[in-house]
Design a protein around this ligand. Sequence first.
Ligand code: KG4
Ligand code: ZN
Length: 362
Amino acid sequence: MNKPNETRYRERIWQTYQEHVRSGQPVCLLGIETSCDETSAAVVEDGTKILSNVIASQAEIHKRFGGVVPEVASRRHVENITLTIEEALRLANKKLDDIAAIAVTYGPGLVGALLVGIAAAKAISFARGIPLIGVHHIAGHIYANRLVTELSFPLVALVVSGGHTELVLMREHGKYEILGQTRDDAAGEAYDKVARALSLPYPGGPHIDRLAQEGTPSIPLPRAWLEPDSFDFSFSGLKSAVLNTLHNASQRGETIPPADLAASFQASVVEVLVEKTVRAAIQVKARQVLLAGGVAANQALREQLSARCQAEGLPLVIPPLSLCTDNAAMIAAAGYISYRQGKFASLDLNGIPGLALTDVAE
Ligand code: KG4
Ligand code: ZN
């Protein structure tokens, strides 16, 4: 955009913001999320109250390919985005005039998918003079917890999704320090790969979770603790061990009960995730532990983290299942922090596939 237009846009945005702050009206944010295979739009009041949270999932479409096909995902986002936004406004009983700002995921994720949400958010922002906020997808997952309860700092968040496994320390709103992260596969990715080896449908996490409940963790599998003081994770060795176990059994003409293998794999993943999270929380004297991301839906992880946190006297927050997987309400909740600080994006906002969480902190 040329300079005079950009300047006029900025002035208009700033005016809208100041008018809204002066009015003392509740702050309704429109959230938009299209980083992977869910097209989602939501309206959230004051960063905590969900007025609507519409999620158009493409999981059924990608299932037959055994994973998300980026081109297909982008095309479906294009088809769904307008309808999803309209539906979110309708269910919230709001009009665009009632929206104080638009918060949109700008990374990490599939670039073609991110761009669909960003283009929609920019178009509305420009047409209506509504401030635009860029949100990091993982910050969104963390802020899903603020839709449940107020955050207390310092806190440690375990973020476990299809693309991420990170232990994040937060000492205040909107600032993130990475204590540890995966050196190879993300926890969700490991679940999906093991599920595939067991011929379970995509995404495999929920299927392994269910199957594991019918089995016993009787098959010895490795746990990657890494260096004694490390908060990093590694799941590729475990995934290979599962594949080797299956391969060796088939060469011997034996079959391994899939439920036992699922239970053994899950026991290994969950033990490492839980122990490192609790150790990190104790070390930083955390006042709260948060669980976030798609794998937070995992039953064993929820149960064991709850038990360990209770034993250590650490308050734990876990979002309901509907807020664990990708959704736009969590993006609006995270965007609200930027709104309060008057931190807005320009119309140059771009999708950044490898955006680091630490890049969003000042
Ligand atoms: O956060 P999310 O919806 O998308 C990403 O940002 O990646 O997470 C999706 C991941 C998938 O890998 C899926 O298999 C996993 O979360 N997942 C689970 C469960 N439900 C979803 N993994 C283990 N147990 C579950 N119950
Ligand atoms: Zn996610």
